[in-house]
Write a protein that binds this ligand. Sequence first.
Ligand SMILES: [Zn+2]
Ligand SMILES: [Zn+2]
Ligand SMILES: [Zn+2]
Length: 164
Amino acid sequence: MRTTALISNTRAAHRDHDHERCRTAALAQARGLCLDRRVRLTPSREAVLRLIWDSHCPVGAYSLLERLEAEQGHRILPPTVYRALEFLLAQRLIHRIPSRNAFIGCPFPEVPHHNLFLLCRHCGAVAECCAGPLDQAIAATAARAGFSVTDHNLEIEGLCRQCQ
Ligand SMILES: [Zn+2]
Ligand SMILES: [Zn+2]
Ligand SMILES: [Zn+2]
């Protein structure tokens, strides 16, 4: 099976797409989901989410703190950022990329999914894919070992279309 056949829903991580539209849509979706789930997307949570959606490159907690301070023009305590990140992770609006210890926005927060990340080693962009057949193959492989999968993060390194 070719990898491309597994990718059912890749959102472009490329610089050639209309990212402003991409970000606006992601923020609108996050607001809608939080309303449905009756959880509060407070101004600081939303500010952190917006900063994460600045690009498709993962951003670390410290850099988020710095950008938030620059934007708001005053000092911000680290727990504000950590609590916002915890909330956004719990609502599955963002993901943590383990190898980068940094965060990206999730393009499909409305559907529960496992994570498959395509990391570009040149520009740093990360594309997230939903790969149902791959999830099934992993679950079946684990089941044969008597193991039940609750979560997995797969990171694939390479070069994005722009950087090839
Ligand atoms: Zn985009
Ligand atoms: Zn996701
Ligand atoms: Zn790239």
